[in-house]
Each structure stands twice: as structure tokens, then as C-alpha cells.
Design a protein around this ligand. Structure first.
Ligand code: SAH
Length: 246
């Protein structure tokens, strides 16, 4: 009798947990799925630079699997799954999901790749890359953001991501060389050290132009040692790339 009561208590407890936890989770899952469909449709329309196939399915799948609401301060699904940038504090923003997907697709990240991100911010772009590549190295210049992103990525068990506090202008040679590089802050030129640390055949994707204005989302492909090709793909708006003072 005692054992039966114990089992019943467990069943009731499980029922309560479902009743409290499920509706919000269900809504988040629905909103995330809707976000993926929005960006899929958007990518097929004008100006994505991706051709008629639009975004690769594996990129969309990574977007569908990643809980963006856990990377923003409010942790709200209604905010997280609108296809918009969101402030993450200290004057920085997490990019619009479509732009995250577009940059990931343009970088042509493959499962055996080692990828560098400059501008960790919330850690969301790094989490997307972590599902598509073997290893992700990401650099953030603002200490509080580097700390929070490290914690978020650790709590969510993204074990193949390393976060470093520092100026990404000089790259991270010890973590590379890299098969793909994504820079998520705007600068007038591609940092030479990043091109140097990119493998031949690899792509660097970054907004080229001044911060807070409109920039050209640019793909630099390393076609031979010391030789690159560059193409501008879309107009974007990113926060500025800053340099360390020392
Ligand atoms: N990829 C982020 C969004 C980044 S916003 C995400 O998914 O949330 C751009 C980030 O670049 C900001 O956090 C900013 O602090 C950082 N940043 C700017 N200049 C930098 C530099 N020189 N090195 C490293 N990070 C830099």
C-alpha cells in the first residue's frame, strides 16, 4: 500500500510538471518552427546571394534545434523567435536569425570543419556553428558578454565551442587553422590575420563597412596562399568592430 501511494505520488508529480512546463514549451517549439519557415521563405526571395535552392536544409535544421530564447536576457520565446535582432546589453545585439542562417550558409560550414567566429556576443551564432562543424573557436572583446556566453554554452552542453576574451582582429592561431570564419561586427576591411589563418578553399564572411551604417555582407574566399576573391552579397547593418586599447 505504501509503495502504491509512492507510485501514485510520482504520477501526480509528473502530471503537474507537464501541466506547468508543457504549454510554454509547446508555444516556444511552434514559434521556433514558424521562425524557420519565415527565414526559409525569405532566403528564396530576392537578394540572398544563395541561388534558387536558398538555405541548406542542415542550416535550417540547426536553427530549428537551437533555443534562441535561452541566449537573450528576457528568455522570452515571443521576442526570440520573431525574425529580428535583439539587444543583449552593453550596446550589443544578437543578429536577426535570417542573417545568422545566411552567414552560416555562405561560410559553407561542413561537419569536419574548424570554424572561427569573431564577436561571440550572446553565443547564439556559435551554438548554430557548433551543430554544423567539428570545432568552434569564438572571440569576444567585452568581458561580461564573454563570461555570459561561456556559461550559456556550457549549461547547454555545447562542448565543442571554446570562448576567448580578446580582440579578434588578430584571430586565434592556436585554435586554427580555420576552414571557415564568421565576423559578426562591422569593419572597413577583412583583418589580414584572419585571411592568414584561413585554409585554402575556406571562406570568411563579414560585414564590410562602418558600424551603425549599412554594410556589405562580404564573402572572401581563399583560393591559394596569399590569393583571395571577394564578393558582396547583401546589405546588412551590424554593430562596429572595436579594437582593444592596449
Ligand atoms: N554573434 C553574436 C552577435 C554579435 S554582436 C551573437 O550570436 O549573439 C557583435 C559582437 O562583436 C559584440 O558582442 C561585440 O562586443 C563584439 N566585438 C566587437 N569588436 C570585437 C573584436 N575586435 N573582437 C572580438 N569581438 C568583438
Amino acid at each position: 500500500m505504501k509503495a502504491l501511494l509512492h507510485v501514485l505520488a510520482m504520477v501526480v508529480a509528473a502530471g503537474e510538471a507537464t501541466a506547468q512546463g508543457a504549454p510554454q514549451d509547446d508555444q516556444c517549439v511552434r514559434e521556433r518552427a514558424a521562425m524557420v519557415e519565415t527565414i526559409r521563405a525569405y532566403a528564396r526571395s530576392a537578394g540572398s546571394g544563395l541561388g534558387p535552392q536558398g538555405l541548406p536544409e542542415r542550416v535550417l535544421e540547426a536553427m530549428a534545434q537551437t533555443k534562441r530564447h535561452l541566449f537573450i536576457p528576457e528568455r522570452s520565446c515571443a521576442i526570440a523567435y520573431a525574425d529580428s535582432p535583439v539587444p543583449i546589453g552593453l550596446g550589443q545585439t544578437i543578429s536577426q536569425p535570417y542573417i545568422v542562417a545566411l552567414m552560416t550558409a555562405l561560410a559553407e560550414v561542413a561537419p569536419d570543419h574548424v570554424v572561427l567566429e569573431v564577436g561571440t556576443g550572446s553565443g547564439y551564432q556559435a551554438a548554430i556553428l557548433a551543430q554544423l562543424a567539428r570545432k568552434v573557436c569564438t572571440i569576444e572583446i567585452i568581458p561580461q558578454l564573454a563570461e555570459t556566453a561561456t556559461k550559456t554554452l556550457r549549461d547547454l552542453a555545447y562542448d565543442n565551442v571554446s570562448v576567448r576574451l580578446g580582440d579578434g582582429y588578430v584571430g586565434w592561431p592556436e585554435c586554427g587553422p580555420f576552414d571557415a570564419i564568421i565576423v559578426t561586427a562591422a569593419l572597413g576591411h577583412a583583418p589580414p590575420a584572419l585571411i592568414e589563418q584561413l585554409n585554402v578553399g575556406g571562406r570568411l564572411v563579414m560585414p564590410v563597412g562602418a558600424g551603425y551604417t549599412t554594410q556589405q555582407l562580404t564573402v572572401v574566399e581563399k583560393i591559394a596562399p596569399g590569393k583571395t576573391t571577394t564578393r558582396a552579397v547583401a546589405l546588412v547593418r551590424f554593430v562596429p568592430f572595436t579594437r582593444s586599447q592596449n
